[in-house]
Design a protein around this ligand. Sequence first.
Ligand SMILES: NC(=O)c1ccc[n+]([C@@H]2O[C@H](COP(=O)([O-])OP(=O)(O)OC[C@H]3O[C@@H](n4cnc5c(N)ncnc54)[C@H](OP(=O)(O)O)[C@@H]3O)[C@@H](O)[C@H]2O)c1
Length: 373
Amino acid sequence: MVSIAILGFGIVGSGVAGVLTRNREQIDTAAGEAVRLKYIVDVRDFPDSPFAPVIIRDFSVVERDPDVRVVVETIGGCGVALEFTRRAILAGKHVVTSNKALVAAHGQELLELAKLHNVNYFFEASVGGGIPVLRPLKFDLAGNRITGIRGILNGTTNYILTAMREEKLSLEEALRSAQARGYAEANPTDDLNGMDAARKLAILSDLAWGREVRAEEIGREGIEKVSLKDVECAAMLGGKLKLVCEAKLLPDGGLTAFVAPQVVMPGSMLYGVDEAYNAVLITGDAVGDVMFYGTGAGSEPTASAVLGDVIDAVRHRDRRRAINWSGTPAVLSDPMGLGGRWFVRRRDIAAIEEQCPAVPKGEDAACYRVLEK
Ligand SMILES: NC(=O)c1ccc[n+]([C@@H]2O[C@H](COP(=O)([O-])OP(=O)(O)OC[C@H]3O[C@@H](n4cnc5c(N)ncnc54)[C@H](OP(=O)(O)O)[C@@H]3O)[C@@H](O)[C@H]2O)c1
């Protein structure tokens, strides 16, 4: 029997506890032995929860317990989550996380530490929630030279842009609707400004090319300035405005990566990705295009990815799964060099001819790339 501990009993942590309990037999079979939840660490008490008997406040109990072989970190952020992750690895425990901020900022360091202590650090749930994409990229597509990654990696902004188009809502109204449905955080800044998507693109790029891509260095434009008029004009062109992430291997071996709203045309595989869904399109020299599509967030979908990692960690608990992520920093080229068609909306048409494609943004100006394929 293997004991596990969950750190953080929030949306994802409670989903992990629930699915682990509900699907116990199946998970035990997949893991090859019984997987039992021994502790949940949180800063609050949950007296009414069925998991109350295993909820504790002191992480050092987990750290010192040799029965605990796998620690699930679902606290989020780079504060205490980083400290607990380091301590768990130092104590010889495998760590599984859904925390994209931590993986994007400290993934390489934590993988190195895990290597040193012969344990695994797995983070499938940090990109695309329930969609299995990192493991296929790391293992199943490992025989390919990856030439491009394109995706819709933030369900909140995808929902907002869908609601603006279909219900003719302003950005503010669509954001309120996303919050009412539990898609957007109380503070949705990192969703709206594209940072959340940039972190996921950085993780995908790190794994695809084995070079350290910093989320902060990815060219980024969020949806804060998108107006209903922009969405309607994109629809008049036959397209849908979506927040798209792209990373490409350039012919000279360099990389470029950016996150920006684009007008996605029907010829693109991303055209049908609406509502809060996510999709990742990976292009390999041998396989061509493969797309991963599904629910990019939420309690149980994210728990599904976490539990896949837990099972993998139990099955590989005496050996490490090597992950291609070096500390060599990637130098990103300017994505403007990629060219392509642009959609420009401005009252003063003459100014477009002078300034296109770099039309300055203002209340009456908008400029988006058009994604044909
Ligand atoms: N929600 C999703 O759909 C989703 C999807 C994919 C990935 N993720 C990622 O998964 C992580 C967790 O997200 P979440 O939505 O589950 O967050 P959440 O609901 O805020 O859960 C985090 C939990 O950790 C607790 N916590 C805070 N400090 C702690 C400490 N020192 N020790 C133990 N517990 C502590 C929090 O307590 P308080 O509430 O009292 O602060 C809360 O119960 C984040 O990195 C997020 O980006 C989330």
